[in-house]
Design a protein around this ligand. Structure first.
Ligand code: FE2
Length: 559
């Protein structure tokens, strides 16, 4: 007895046994053909499966290589297709150096950065780039290693500080201002003052022509309370509603925030009047329940500043003991205080959203007779975590780790009822894509709007490094992408053509191709998100901060 004869799961073999030799041969041939076909099918399946999972984030890790070379004097070229209305300077920043003297940064935000300037005029483009010579960078050069500075994550190996963290908190420049740039009219020189910002109270003035750092601005104001210390501030100054972009073409005054800590915790809202960049006028001391972990951005309407406080803090004592920022974060519950500050009389109204709003960027804000409304890019949970690719270099550099990220960022709308103080939340996007770096048309900041532009990670739903630029129109429902697999794009910076429509103009961005390692300056048609012009840059750029466009001509603000 052959056991296989009795095995019902082998019908072909059993069938072969009862056939003639000729039949056997034909069956054998059929079997062979079948096997071959099966093999071919299998190969096709494998091929298709392979095609289905073809990575779209090739070369993503190259964004985190050191990029030390500078371009100065400018590299100039004529560019076909560059719109004639562009007459100004586009500025952005990117990571340059990830450590010094054998100590490596662990958070990309802690890096040494470059600033890039692209001057555009009559179809001509001039590009230049320099390391941002902050006090932190200069001190590091002097010491030959990473200098004292409050860092998001301690370096590897850790720095030595004999007084715990005191040398990072008090004995350091803490001026690693890389995130965003702004300008404000300056009556003293008849032009503008340009500054780089991050989440501190430091405005790092720089020369837009030479890209040299001038230094931390010395303000001629004294609104700080006695025995209080200013510890932090917001990166994004906000322009008066309807008067332009939050910083780059504001035709009115700017508003900003700093934190004070002492016997009480305060957020100070100040006004920086056009023409007087050295004086911050206090609008309001806002008593807050804890020292804010972050107030990176906030909202402005015709009458109010909207300041939502994400429910976390950074423990100052922990920093003094030598812990890094991410090791000093403490949750402050799961509700969100929101402060409405009257811009005219400084009065403060406190409302509470019954949930956590973990945001970095407010998209836009406005008011009507019944509500004050703001849209924000909101994380599912507190984002300063060790598994968040938006923070940690080792996660960004590891495909498995970064693709496992689940802390999605969706655009959400918060409406504050002006009579009842109730706050509602509406999700305007639903993931799994992660949307951030939102920008709207200059004329729409502080006003009802339809269109925003942003960066979208996880565009293909499976890879963090699948990276698109996204345009979404809330009024029509239209969503348009600019997407090329294996290409990585900086914040989409909208520039109006003055034609009177919300999306009439262009979007500027920097692009790095992960396969070729080449970077380009792109101009896209804002309506279609298709390329209008592209200009090869002399070197590869790193991971980006915000973009800004400073016009040489009076911007047209369409209200
Ligand atoms: Fe920002």
């Amino acid at each position: 007895m052959y056991p296989w004869r009795e095995t019902p799961s082998l019908p072909l073999c059993r069938a072969v046994l009862v056939r003639s030799p000729r039949e056997l041969l034909s069956i054998a041939m059929a079997f062979a053909a079948s096997t071959a076909a099966s093999s071919l099918g299998l190969l096709l399946f494998v091929g298709l499966a392979a095609a289905a999972v073809e990575p779209e984030d090739k070369g993503f890790e190259t964004l985190f290589r050191e990029s030390l070379d500078e371009v100065y004097p400018a590299h100039c070229v004529d560019v076909a297709g560059l719109p004639g209305f562009l007459d100004g300077t586009y500025v952005t920043q990117s990571t340059a150096q990830y450590g010094m003297g054998g100590k490596e940064f662990n958070a990309w935000l802690d890096s040494y950065w470059k600033v890039h300037a692209v001057q555009l005029k009559q179809g001509h483009l001039c590009y230049k780039s320099k390391i941002i010579r902050t006090g932190f960078y200069n001190n590091s050069l002097e010491k030959g290693t990473v200098a004292g500075q409050v860092l998001f994550l301690e370096t590897t190996p850790p720095r030595e500080c004999y007084l715990g963290g005191v040398c990072n908190v008090f004995g350091a420049a803490n001026d690693n201002n890389f995130a965003a740039s702004y300008r404000v009219a300056d009556e003293k020189n008849g032009g503008y003052r340009y500054a780089l910002m991050t989440d501190t109270n430091v405005h790092l003035d720089f020369d837009i022509d030479t890209l040299a750092v001038i230094g931390s601005r010395k303000f001629d104001d004294h609104f700080g309370k006695l025995f209080h210390m200013q510890q932090g501030g917001g990166t994004h100054l906000q322009c008066e509603a309807g008067k332009g972009n939050s910083a780059t073409d504001c035709q009115g005054d700017l508003f900003g925030v700093v934190f004070e800590q002492g016997a009480t915790n305060l957020v100070d809202l100040y006004r920086l009047r056009a023409g007087k960049p050295d004086v911050r006028e206090l609008v309001a001391h806002i008593p807050v329940p804890w020292a804010p972990g972050s107030l990176h951005s906030f909202g402005i309407t015709d009458d109010f500043a909207i300041i939502p406080m994400s429910p976390f803090t950074i423990d100052g004592l922990s920093l003094l003991k030598g812990h890094d920022i991410m090791g000093s974060i403490k949750s402050m519950g799961d509700t969100t205080p929101i402060f409405l500050v009257d811009l005219h009389d400084g009065s403060i109204r406190n409302v509470t959203f019954q949930g956590a709003i973990h945001y970095v960027h407010v998209v836009n804000s406005w008011q009507n007779d019944t509500h004050v409304v703001f849209d924000a890019s909101v994380f599912e949970r507190q984002p300063f975590s060790l598994d968040n690719p938006a923070m940690v270099l080792s996660v960004l550099r590891n495909k498995t780790a970064r693709d496992s990220a689940t802390n999605t960022q969706t655009i959400r709308r918060y409406a504050i009822d002006r009579s009842s103080d109730s706050v509602t939340e509406q999700k305007l996007t639903h993931g799994p894509e992660m949307i951030d770096f939102p920008r709207v048309a200059s004329s729409k900041y502080g006003r009802p709007y339809c269109v925003y532009y942003g960066i979208e990670w996880n565009h293909n739903g499976r890879e963090y490094g699948s990276w698109a630029l996204r345009k979404q129109n809330f009024c029509t429902g239209e969503v348009v992408f600019h997407y090329e697999p294996n290409n990585y794009l900086s914040e989409p910076t909208f520039v109006s053509n003055g034609g009177g429509t919300e999306d009439g103009g262009v979007v500027m961005t920097m692009r790095t191709n992960g396969v070729t390692g080449q970077s380009d300056h792109l101009v896209l048609d804002a309506k279609t998100m298709r390329i209008v012009s592209e200009t090869r840059l002399p070197h590869q750029l790193g991971f980006w901060g915000h973009g800004a466009y400073f016009s040489n001509v009076a911007p047209v603000v369409i209200v």
